[in-house]
Write a protein that binds this ligand. Structure first.
Ligand SMILES: [Zn+2]
Length: 301
């Protein structure tokens, strides 16, 4: 699955065929020996992504290739239109983002790379006339900006619309939006989980090695399960949800021991709450308010 997501189709194909060979060999062995004993160890080929998923990722890479290598947004726009209902239900702006970039690209003289030309402006305006009316209910302001910018046409660089027409990251932004939306319609995150886990691990490694050295030198051991004695900072894109540490027990809350908010607004872990109240009214450890445990509400992070 990781290989498919990274666009390594031939490596994935080799991997799959070698797995199938291994499976066939093990099956043969299992048939000659005791069949039931080896059955559990055989890789289940059904867990491998189906041909349909493979086809989807091939489509995704074709569209990305056209976008990045040939500045051709049309396959992406077509895909967004074919999936407009699913995208709209996610509140996605993808189709408009793509069409706006197409407008800007046409305006700049398309593949001729000559900068703004009268012919480019004409092509962009024709494109807008043909394609933009469907966007008006939702993107009136953005469309007005594009049209307003035309008045500055020979000198957009000094206009308030500079950032729309000279955005160096426009193509990579739109490619990223496309990948994210495409994966989300397949029920997948934008990045491969294996890639995320391995990268986060590589970032954490120096801290963990240092920790190991210190523990060896001090002859101490860290035994708390599922928790590290030091914080390991990760870049913001690697933070997926907030965490809560109970101020009473100093433990991080979990699904089994969730954060609970008392009527006064203070939050502690459920286990701490149970210990404090013993089933009856109790005083909040952080303010003078008293409350009953049944008034506490679970906090979802
Ligand atoms: Zn309180």
């Amino acid at each position: 699955m990781h290989l498919l997501r990274e666009g390594q189709f031939s490596v994935a194909a080799t991997f799959l065929s070698e797995m199938a060979e291994k499976k066939a060999a093990e099956k043969k062995q299992a048939n000659t020996a005791n069949a039931t004993e080896n059955a559990a160890s055989i890789l289940d080929i059904d867990e491998v992504p189906s041909g349909e998923v493979r086809k989807q990722f091939a489509t995704m890479y074709y569209i990305l290739h056209e976008m990045k290598e040939n500045n051709n947004l049309l396959p992406a726009i077509q895909w967004a239109r074919d999936n407009d209902e699913a995208l709209a239900s996610r509140g996605s702006n993808l189709e408009f983002e793509l069409c706006r970039l197409q407008f800007v690209w046409l305006f700049h003289g398309a593949h001729e790379q000559q900068g703004p030309t009268p012919a480019g402006r004409q092509a962009a305006l024709e494109y807008a006339r043909r394609e933009f009316h469907g966007f008006l209910p939702r993107y009136l302001r953005e469309v007005q900006q594009l049209m307003g910018a035309m008045a500055f046409s020979p000198n957009l660089q000094d206009s308030p619309y500079r950032s729309i027409f000279n955005n160096p990251s426009a193509w990579s932004d739109v490619a990223h939006s496309f990948t994210r939306e495409f994966c989300s319609l397949l029920g997948l995150s934008a990045d491969s989980p294996l890639y995320i886990a391995a990268t986060a691990g590589a970032i954490a490694l120096p801290t963990l090695l240092k920790l190991q050295t210190i523990m060896k030198a001090k002859r101490t051991e860290w035994t708390t399960e599922n928790e590290l004695p030091v914080e390991i900072p990760l870049p913001p894109s690697y933070l997926f949800h907030s965490i809560f540490v109970c101020p009473v027990s100093k433990e991080q809350t979990t699904d089994e021991n969730p954060p609970m908010m008392m009527p006064c607004g203070h939050v502690i872990a459920e286990e701490s709450l149970k210990r404090l109240c013993k089933g009856s009214r109790f005083k909040c450890p952080y303010c003078p308010s008293e409350s009953h445990p049944r008034e506490a509400r679970k906090v979802f992070l």
